[in-house]
Write a protein that binds this ligand. Structure first.
Ligand SMILES: NC(=O)c1ccc[n+]([C@@H]2O[C@H](COP(=O)([O-])OP(=O)(O)OC[C@H]3O[C@@H](n4cnc5c(N)ncnc54)[C@H](O)[C@@H]3O)[C@@H](O)[C@H]2O)c1
Ligand SMILES: O=CCCC(=O)O
Length: 481
């Protein structure tokens, strides 16, 4: 499916390798086999890409929203037409089951479609003036060149959720995808090319994160950095952006609580918790990380959930019916192992799973795991696990569980399961999170503003709010006689 060396750097409409032909290997996480090599770009390539994006900005930013939108619309159509092949590439480089990969490609195309439409709707404002001899306008204008840095867990949708609104707003982009999953990014560039994007408007540099990041941070032409990834790297980018006072949009880690109330529909809630926890093998920023179940239904709920977990099929994401694929790498597997060991050492009981999956594949597979008798001091209760481990605690009082749910530096997503509408509204208003799912664990949708508070991030992606990040609001004050 792939050439030995993919010309993986896309600058000013041209596909390139680095001058010294340095490359890095892309592995299939299910088998640990080499898929291909991609160019190991660094400072020179990043600088060249920033220059191309700067040169392309004047023309792209002055095209009409409708003109920009028509290119994004075409790109979304091309992505959908090729969805099966793109999903297969995504599964091969990232590991998630093919059905999930196909779902990701569809939402990825949907971000392009949504922003194709939003491109025509960057409205300004006329402000009624308190002074009769003034007229006051607010004009939205594109921020400028954008540096976009994306993670490996959603190799396609995390890219279009950034470049869709950036391009719609009239910005130009330099994209650095995760080293683990550059192939989906390359495919997106090919789609943009086929959709007719002018040279230099969107550029891709695969390679050395530190060096490329440094160029994006230190080059004054880059006016905004949009990043999705870990809170640690997000903090670093925030600190380093201070020098040139760059705008930032950060989508960072999370530690989502799920709360199941006594009045929940038990079977429905168990199915949803299962989806929330185990999709993408638990490697989703908004995955449930800890579960609180009301004491009165805890036994029944845990039994229903465990029954469902037992049915889950592990394996290569390409295999029919597989629901849990590999973890991305050995480090991820070690983290899962350490969270389980720590919990057990502090008194947790393994209700199901608890160990690596013994199989013929070389990748890092972990059995879905349920932990009972958990306490707040356990790592799994406050650190992002990013794996298929579900710690359960019981609760009695509404106030008590809200306090526990909020007791974290993260604030990305929280879920509650109840059939009582009053409770649903009351609790969702008190949870300190950017996203609340009420009987819903799949809140990522093109038209909705996705983003965290506290140490889970700054800004929103999705919806018209997502395009606001890429628009400056210029104030025009007109004196008239
Ligand atoms: N909030 C969200 O919307 C969201 C979505 C997906 C993932 N995430 C978070 O992402 C994390 C998992 O992704 P990850 O392991 O790829 O995160 P990561 O922070 O290690 O890497 C993310 C990206 O940053 C790059 N990077 C790493 N160091 C860098 C540096 N010094 N300068 C510039 N770029 C650098 C990486 O190469 C990659 O492209 C989890 O914490 C998860 O919760 C958040
Ligand atoms: O933002 C990361 C999660 C994306 C999703 O839930 O589809």
């Amino acid at each position: 499916m792939f050439d030995k060396l993919t010309k993986s750097i896309f600058i000013n409409g041209e596909w390139k390798d680095v001058d010294d032909q340095k490359t890095e290997t892309v592995y299939n996480p299910a088998t640990l086999e080499t898929i291909t090599e991609v160019a190991l770009g660094a400072t020179a390539e990043a600088d060249e890409a920033i220059e191309a994006a700067s040169n392309a900005f004047p023309q792209w930013s002055t095209m009409t929203g409708r003109e920009r939108g028509s290119i994004l619309y075409k790109a979304s159509q091309l992505m959908l037409e090729d969805a099966d092949r793109l999903a297969k590439i995504l599964t091969i480089e990232q590991g998630k089951p093919l059905a999930e990969a196909l779902g990701e490609i569809k939402i990825s195309a949907n971000y392009l479609l949504w922003y194709a439409e939003e491109a025509s709707r960057a409205y300004g404002e006329v402000i009624p003036s308190s002074n009769k001899s003034k007229r006051l306008l607010v004009i939205p204008q594109p921020v400028g060149v954008v540096g976009a840095i994306t993670p490996w867990n959603f190799p396609s949708s995390m890219i279009t959720r950034k470049i869709g609104p950036a391009l719609a707003a009239g910005c130009t982009v330099v994209l650095k995808p995760a080293s683990e999953t550059p192939l989906s990014a390359i495919e997106i560039m090919k789609i943009m090319e086929r959709a007719g994007i002018p040279n230099g408007v969107v550029n891709l540099v695969t390679g050395d994160a530190q060096a490329i990041g440094q160029s994006l941070l230190t080059n004054k032409a880059v006016r905004l950095i949009t990043f999705t990834g870990s809170t640690g790297v997000g903090k670093y980018l925030m600190r380093e952006s201070a020098e040139h006072v760059k705008k930032l949009s950060l989508e960072l880690g999370g530690h989502a609580p799920s709360i199941v109330y006594a009045d929940a529909d038990i079977d429905k809630a168990a199915t949803l918790v299962l989806g929330s926890k185990f999709r993408n093998a638990g490697q989703t920023c908004i995955c449930t990380n800890r579960l609180y179940v009301h004491e009165s239904i805890a036994e029944e709920f845990t039994a229903a959930l465990t029954e469902k977990v037992k049915q889950m099929k592990l394996g290569s994401g390409l295999e029919d019916g597989v629901e849990i694929g590999p973890l991305i790498n050995e480090k991820a597997s070690e983290k899962v192992k350490s969270h389980i060991e720590d919990a057990v050492n502090r008194g947790a009981k393994i209700a199901y799973g608890g160990d690596a999956w013994d199989c013929d594949l070389d990748g890092y597979f972990y059995n879905p795991t349920i932990l009972a008798n958990t306490t707040d001091d356990m790592l799994v209760m406050h650190e992002e696990t990013f794996g298929p481990v579900l710690p359960i605690q019981t609760f009695n009082e509404e106030d008590e569980v809200i306090k526990k749910a909020n007791d974290t530096d993260y604030g990305l997503a929280a879920y509650l399961f109840t059939e009582n509408t009053n409770r649903a509204i009351r609790v969702s208003e008190q949870l300190e999170y950017g996203i609340i799912g009420i009987n819903d664990v799949y809140p990522a949708i093109a038209e909705g503003p996705f983003g965290g508070i506290k140490q889970s991030g700054v800004g929103k992606e999705g919806g018209h709010h997502g395009m606001d990040e890429f628009l400056e609001k210029k104030f025009v004050s007109i004196g008239i006689e």
